[in-house]
Design a protein around this ligand. Structure first.
Ligand code: FAD
Length: 385
């Protein structure tokens, strides 16, 4: 049995919604590299994407653990929350660091589904994981910031009205700390596209609505600055922990989907006059994937609990993401092996989920960077960079 007792009503409601979007729907989206608009609309209308928005701004005001339950169930059903999961964590940057005016202007509309806040733009081609080296810069000109630069692998930009954008407002060399001098701007994509912002889709291994962004003298009003100028890195940090925990929950959902599929197939597929699952060479890897998943799920739960208690959750968020992404990958690999040739046939959905879950060892942060974080911050080992 999986340890999934948290938020049973939410889980049941999400599972029921997802049952209307089964494998055939996701395969069609995947083959066409299409955005799952109907699914996202259904999730939005049911209020699930507003789970974490406080009640006074029109959301459900629930803790991060509830967001984890929503996204885990989406993935456990065979679906993919990547089309819309960002709203849950990008919203936090606005909620925690935005002015009251900004929150009142945007959050109720986001909660209602009138505005989509699905884009979080940090990564750049030249900076890679070293965020302090981003080059996209914003220069103050009257009541505007003028933005120039480039971002890469930014998801869902063509399906979002608002973007949380990290820019440099002070050159790195002029800052005492390299992570100083960056700022967060809320960009209204509806006005920006064609007026200094252009979007170029990137074709990726899985259906992810990934894009490259080019900024050419894009003007953003100064009133759209979130938090203090120069303190942007701090503003996105706690959102990054939330992102890691939520994505870890998605990985747990994937892992549980893979293991359920493996067990079902291994019970039914008969070769050499017996179910393949009777062979320990098949059943042991499935059992091991299950054990790995349940252990990772405990860490995800621990990270979400710490986050919800307002305690420092950096180490646990990172460890949860690492363990869960490795558990889903191991469960996916086992699922392919269990299915033999059928694991490669699109109609079984295993190969699609296998491609989808691979991402989470790279994004939103790669495994090596998590190991480095734990080694240097938790274990006080010397830094290598
Ligand atoms: C489908 C997809 C969607 C994405 N969506 C978004 C998004 O919406 N917004 C956004 O901002 N970004 C997004 N990203 C970007 C993602 O966060 C980055 O790809 C990821 O953080 C890794 O950065 P990089 O690709 O530049 O790799 P690099 O930094 O170039 O790293 C390459 C490899 O080298 C390793 N490495 C680097 N430095 C070290 C070191 N010092 N020690 C050991 N190993 C090291 C890394 O672990 C990695 O395995 C997305 C990426 C993908 C593929």
């Amino acid at each position: 049995m999986a340890i999934d007792q948290t938020y049973p009503e939410i889980r049941a409601a999400v599972a029921s919604l997802c049952s209307q979007y089964q494998g055939g729907y996701w395969r069609k989206m995947d083959a066409a590299k299409a955005y799952p608009t109907e699914f996202v609309q259904a999730l939005t209308s049911a209020g699930f994407l507003a789970t974490l928005i406080p009640e006074n701004y029109g959301g459900a005001g629930l803790p991060l653990g509830a967001g984890c339950a929503v996204l885990e169930e989406v993935h456990r059903s065979g679906g993919n929350g990547a089309a819309c999961h960002a709203q849950m964590y990008t919203m936090g940057t606005l909620l925690r660091h935005g002015s009251e005016e900004q929150k009142e202007q945007f959050l109720p509309a986001v909660a209602e589904g009138k505005l989509r806040l699905q884009t979080f733009a940090v990564t750049e081609p030249a900076s890679g994981t070293d965020t302090s080296r981003i080059r996209t810069n914003a220069v103050r000109d009257g009541d505007d910031y003028v933005i120039n630069g480039q971002k890469v692998f930014i998801s869902r930009t063509e399906h979002s009205d608002l973007m949380i954008l990290l820019v440099r407002t002070t050159p790195r060399e002029q800052c005492v700390k390299h992570t100083d001098g960056m700022s967060v701007l809320l960009v209204d994509m509806r006005e920006a596209v064609g007026n200094g912002l252009s979007i170029s889709p990137i074709d990726t291994m899985m259906n992810h609505a990934s894009t490259e962004l080019f900024f050419d003298d894009l003007r953003v009003p100064v009133c759209n600055l979130i938090g203090e100028e120069g303190q942007g890195f701090k503003c996105i940090l706690d959102g990054m922990n939330a992102e890691r925990i939520l994505i870890a929950a998605e990985c747990i959902g994937d892992a549980r989907w893979f293991t359920a599929k493996s067990a079902e197939y291994a019970r039914e597929r008969t070769v050499f006059d017996r179910p393949i699952g009777a062979n320990q060479g098949i059943q042991f890897p499935i059992a091991k994937a299950h054990i790995q998943t349940e252990a990772a799920a405990l860490m995800v739960q621990q990270a979400a609990d710490l986050y919800d208690a307002g305690r420092s959750a950096g180490a646990e968020a990172n460890m949860a993401k690492l363990l869960a992404s490795e558990a889903s990958w191991a469960a996916g690999d086992t699922c392919i092996q269990t299915h033999g040739g059928y694991g490669f046939a699109a109609e079984y959905d295993v190969e699609r989920k296998f491609r989808e879950t691979r991402l989470y060892q790279i994004a939103p942060i790669s495994t090596n960077l998590i190991l480095s974080y734990v080694a240097t911050r938790e274990l006080q080992l010397p830094r290598s960079f």
